[in-house]
Design a protein around this ligand. Structure first.
Ligand SMILES: [Zn+2]
Length: 275
């Protein structure tokens, strides 16, 4: 398996590269900029050691959340709505600071409502597209990280954020590298609670980007996860980062490059045996 590491990938690129043609991949900047785009505060936990590692090594890391997660705070007595939104906004800021990231950007789309049928049908996702395009123009990231099309464990908000992020990046004049978070097939911990979540797994040969991290980075990820006290009880907050560190993150945090580099003029010639 070809393995790339996030920072070396960026460090080898010229800071003064001229602008490329329309829709060209973005020329890497001297200080890497990484934008992680997710649906809810706590989603970043799926890649948090990689974010902590990049931030510690000097990258500008920022997380965007499409919603404030206002629908659910199972470890509190708060009612859905503004009270939960306020609590989870605080938790999102806490997590970003623990990871060494810039303060997060939170949009105000409704938690669980990205796929709601509205008129016109594309209304909500069109506004999300426009918000993301504006954020990409402001932040000018070299790398964008989001869920895979599986949404991790299939949450519709996750899947829809991925779809819109992919649309916006694919159409951008200055195109950052788009990476999907992914769990390597066979790496999930053998626990009933994890199995019950229905996490998607990805074939190892597709996971060509792997971000290694240190024990200190994992500790930062654990501190970030500790911020999400409205979502997980104390025992889960204490256990899950170490559990993932010894299973799905054992060899680093895995990513799948999203925009496949296959090229050709004949679909027939692109055919290849299934792997
Ligand atoms: Zn989520």
């Amino acid at each position: 398996m070809r393995t790339l590491f996030l920072l070396p990938l960026l460090a080898g690129c010229a800071a003064s590269a001229p602008p490329g043609p329309a829709s060209a991949p973005a020329a890497r900047t001297a200080t890497p900029r990484i934008l992680a785009v997710f649906a809810h505060p706590d989603d970043e936990s799926v890649v948090s050691p990689a974010l902590a590692n990049a931030a510690r090594r000097g990258a500008r890391v920022r997380i965007v959340y499409a919603t404030r997660g206002d629908a659910s705070a199972p470890e509190t007595t708060l009612a859905p709505g503004p009270a939960i939104a306020a609590r989870r906004t605080e938790e999102a800021v806490c997590a970003s600071r623990a990871l060494g990231a810039a303060d997060p950007i939170l949009y105000d789309f409704g938690d669980g409502k990205l796929g709601e049928i509205v008129r016109p049908p594309a209304g909500t996702l069109g506004r999300l597209r426009d918000s993301l395009a504006a954020t990409l123009a402001d932040e000018r990231p070299d790398i964008v990280i989001t869920w895979g099309p599986d949404g991790g464990y299939g949450h519709p908000d996750h899947r829809l954020v991925t779809a819109v992020v992919t649309q916006v990046v694919a159409g951008a004049d200055r195109r950052p590298l788009l990476l999907y978070a992914a769990m390597e097939r066979g790496s999930l911990p053998d626990q009933p609670q994890i199995a019950a979540m229905g996490w998607a797994e990805t074939a190892p040969d597709l996971l060509t980007v792997r971000s290694r991290f240190t024990a200190g980075d994992l500790a930062a990820a654990a501190r970030a996860f500790e911020c999400h006290a409205s979502q997980y009880d104390a025992a889960s907050r204490a256990a899950l980062p170490a559990l993932f560190g010894s299973s799905v993150w054992k060899d680093g945090v895995h990513f799948r490059p999203a925009l496949d580099p296959a090229a050709g003029e004949d679909l027939f010639d692109l055919a290849r045996p299934a792997r």
